[in-house]
Design a protein around this ligand. Structure first.
Ligand code: SF4
Length: 330
């Protein structure tokens, strides 16, 4: 560990200050720490802002699936890839609200709605705003992910009462072009700016295990941690390889490297919810527990789990119980 890293981390911990001036070298040094030291730092950072025994439960519903014109190499919803996924139209407002009621009954406190668009059309936004108003009225926090937004669209969503907008950076600026060619990293940053300017909280993270190097994981965390304001939610996804996408069969990430990525996010953005997102289904209980110890404090329950017999949600409840973790607000 470098002296500079030790002193800056100590300063941040002693004051509880959030830093926005992380350097790539500092973040690379975090990744390189012996695991016990990294975990200790992550746990210390976690306790500055959160009760480490609490886990936020969010629910994600796809309100418009497939047929997306973007070419994200990991995504089965892209029209560029042949995954056999059936595209569907935007769901009716009432159907979405029925799912939201089920989510609330299952213990969710945030309801996220995702649409596979490059960017929403104005008539689509009318329906999405009605969904946001309806979900808010149920007493749930609202989050949507709709692709790129301009400033006026972000203002409309804010007017409907939107709490969070999800827009992931996916990976480092350098690796981004290997994953997506239909829009730029700057496009993503511009949407984040519009969301911030409208006063909406930001949910923004990335995906690891896409064949990127450690320097790209460092670059992703660095970009997030040096935004003018840290995203309030930082989802860290482990690639789920889907047959028919360009990333199918492209190898996998070493599990401890995933844990290191979570820990680096926690240390550099101690006031943010760090969400263990995609890929969790395939993780062992032990790996998930390590991720919680590294500072992850938010998980998704999938939407289908709420309306059908729900073995996965039950398995999650059992795991949280085994670990002595409780849902936020329970
Ligand atoms: S923009 Fe979203 S839905 Fe469309 S291909 Fe990319 S990740 Fe998939």
């Amino acid at each position: 560990m470098t002296t500079a890293l030790a002193s800056t981390a100590a300063a941040a911990h002693s004051t509880g200050a959030l830093r926005h001036d992380w350097t790539r070298a500092e973040i690379a040094a975090l990744f390189a720490l012996p695991l016990p030291e990294l975990m200790f730092r992550a746990q210390a950072a976690h306790r500055l802002f959160f009760d480490p025994t609490e886990i936020q439960i969010a629910t994600l519903l796809s309100i418009k699936t497939g047929g997306c014109p973007e070419d994200c190499a990991y995504c089965p919803q892209s029209a560029h890839h042949n995954t056999g996924l059936k595209a569907s139209k935007l769901m009716a407002v009432e159907a979405v609200l029925a799912e939201a009621r089920a989510a609330k009954a299952a213990g969710a406190d945030r309801f996220c709605m995702g649409a596979a668009w490059r960017s929403p059309k104005d008539r689509d936004l009318d329906a999405v705003c009605a969904m946001i108003e309806g979900v808010k009225a149920l007493g749930l926090e609202t989050c949507v992910t709709l692709g790129m937004l301009d400033g006026a669209q972000a203002q409309r969503l804010k007017g409907a009462g939107l709490d969070y907008y999800n827009h992931n950076l996916d990976t480092s600026p350098e690796f981004y072009g290997e994953i997506i060619t239909t829009r730029t990293y700057q496009d993503r940053l511009d949407t984040l700016d519009h969301v911030r300017a409208a006063g909406i909280h930001v949910c923004c993270g990335g995906i690891v295990g896409m064949g990127e190097g450690r320097e790209d994981r460092v670059g992703l965390i660095h970009t997030l941690a040096t935004l003018p304001k840290h995203p309030e939610s930082v989802p860290i996804n482990l690639l789920v390889q889907v047959e028919g996408t360009p990333l199918a069969g492209k190898g996998s990430l070493e599990p401890f490297e995933f844990v290191r990525t979570i820990a680096a996010a926690r240390i550099t953005m101690p006031g943010s919810w760090v969400r263990l997102s995609a890929g969790r289904e395939a993780m062992s209980e032990e790996l998930q527990a390590l991720c919680f110890l590294a500072g992850a404090n938010s998980i998704f329950y999938g939407p289908k789990l709420l309306t059908t017999p729900n073995p996965e949600a039950e398995r999650d409840a059992v795991l949280l119980d085994k670990l002595g973790l409780t849902p936020v607000g329970a």
